[in-house]
Design a binder for this molecule. Structure first.
Ligand code: FAD
Ligand code: DHB
Length: 391
């Protein structure tokens, strides 16, 4: 098979790239190792920045998001049994975020891709990207029990942190920057209306907790747990009891319980691979960088990368110039490092390290007190949370 852009991975990065290229008249083939149901139901991100919302709308994939998504104008920070609201529009000149699940974004992008007859192969596992530094890069893959080759002009490695695309970059030509954290998130989905209309980020001596949602009737909640925790070690009752403790306030706020429909543990990692390009191979999204989830930047970063890549590929087609493709890695990395910084700082601000000294605890509380009392500090948080420019 032959195409202009071979896309490895049908997560949000690969699917949106295919859509953006299609609307510009550039053909692509998407290879995805898992089946459709798995991709459509994998529970992950829930918060879309304003810029991501705008891109999805412009790509013709915003109709259901606009109908079902929930516009959020702020978040609550909770510590020392007190509540503090950060008002996004008031601090940023009108910006907000949208609560809309990654699963739903992926479902709509898949439906559009298939409806318009573009190749999107499920259960097609890419094995290797070859000849990336030539004019004819190739993706070797396995589909329906047979080995095959996708010949391309360009390859987009959108295959997430565990994918194969990054491996095509020789080690001596790349550099990785990494940090792991001694804790993870235990996440639940529950059939109960969210107990608060906005997200609540709580710092507690027993660890971090987050109240989020997927719809007016489905709550999404997270608890900081030790790294390596087995979700089966937590009964539903134990999860609710721990959430209640960490969210407890002095003003009588109550957490509503409901049936837990899903429970999983997410490890936390910061990771960046530089550069994000090798010849005609371009890495995008989690294939190139990971952030810890605090602050909800991962999906939004993936969107920023593929917008930049689509623009560069369209520029090349229209002008013959490689200028934007040559700038791709540096352009993305500027935004990536801002998100790395923000996600790391939000994580450090709200999580409790297992061996934290009392001095650290006091500093953390002092940082939170400053963050919720200074307009300058609140503005910085609101600007970062609602999103960095698409670059
Ligand atoms: P992925 O979604 O990982 O997609 C990669 C795809 O490639 C997958 O479908 C995979 O099956 C496929 N693949 C892998 N290897 C191969 C291969 N060899 N051949 C073919 N296909 C392959 N981000 C936010 O912005 N906001 C949030 O609120 C948020 N919350 C999160 C909460 C949790 C619990 C987690 C885990 C993540 C969260 N994130 C959030 C991060 C976000 O989900 C990711 O950053 C996002 O999924 C990255 O998209 P991607 O397309 O780059 O990678
Ligand atoms: C969600 C995830 C996040 O990482 C975050 O900061 C906020 C919300 C979520 O899954 O809803």
């Amino acid at each position: 098979m032959r195409t202009t852009v071979g896309i490895v991975g049908a997560g949000p990065a690969g699917l949106l790239l295919a859509r953006l290229l299609h609307t510009a008249g550039i053909d692509s083939v998407v290879l995805e190792s898992r089946d459709r149901a798995y991709v459509e139901h994998r529970q992950r991100a829930g918060i879309l920045e304003q810029g991501t919302v705008d891109v999805l709308r412009a790509a013709g994939a915003g109709e259901r998001m606009d109908r079902e998504g929930l516009r959020h104008d702020g978040i609550e920070l909770r510590f020392d049994r007190t509540r503090h609201r950060i008002d996004f529009p008031a601090l940023t000149g009108g910006r907000s975020v949208m609560v809309h699940a990654q699963t739903e974004v992926c479902k709509d992008l898949i439906a559009l891709q298939l409806k318009e007859g573009h190749p999107l192969l499920f259960e097609a596992e890419a094995l290797a990207v070859e000849d990336a530094t030539t004019a004819r890069p190739r993706v070797r893959y396995r589909h329906e029990g047979r080995d095959a080759v996708l010949e391309c002009d360009y390859v987009a490695g959108c295959d997430g942190f565990w994918g194969i695309a990054r491996r095509a970059i020789p080690e001596r030509l790349g550099r990785t920057f990494e940090r792991s954290y001694p804790y993870a998130w235990l996440g639940i989905l529950a059939d109960v209306p969210p107990s608060h209309e906005e997200l609540v980020y709580a710092r507690h001596d027993r660890g971090f907790a987050l109240l989020s949602m997927r719809s007016p009737s489905v709550s999404r909640l997270y608890l900081q747990v030790p790294e390596g925790t087995d979700p089966d070690d937590w009964s539903d009752d134990a999860v609710w009891t721990e959430l209640e403790r960490r969210f407890e306030t002095d003003d009588g706020w109550r957490l509503e319980r409901g049936p837990v429909t899903q429970k999983s543990v997410t490890p936390m990692r910061s990771f960046v691979h530089e550069p994000m390009r090798h010849g005609r191979l371009f890495l995008a999204g989690d294939a190139a960088h990971i952030v810890p989830p605090t602050g909800a930047k991962g999906l939004n970063l993936a969107v920023g990368d593929v917008v930049t890549l689509a623009r560069a590929l369209i520029h090349r087609r229209d002008t013959g110039s490689d200028q934007l493709l040559d700038a791709y890695s540096a352009t993305c990395l500027r935004r990536v490092w801002q998100a790395e910084r923000f996600s790391h700082d939000m994580t450090a601000l709200l999580h409790r390290t297992p061996d934290a000294a009392p001095f650290e605890d006091r500093l953390q509380l002092a940082r939170l007190a400053r963050l919720t009392s200074s307009r300058a500090a609140m503005t910085d948080l609101a600007e970062c949370y609602t999103g960095f420019p698409l670059g």
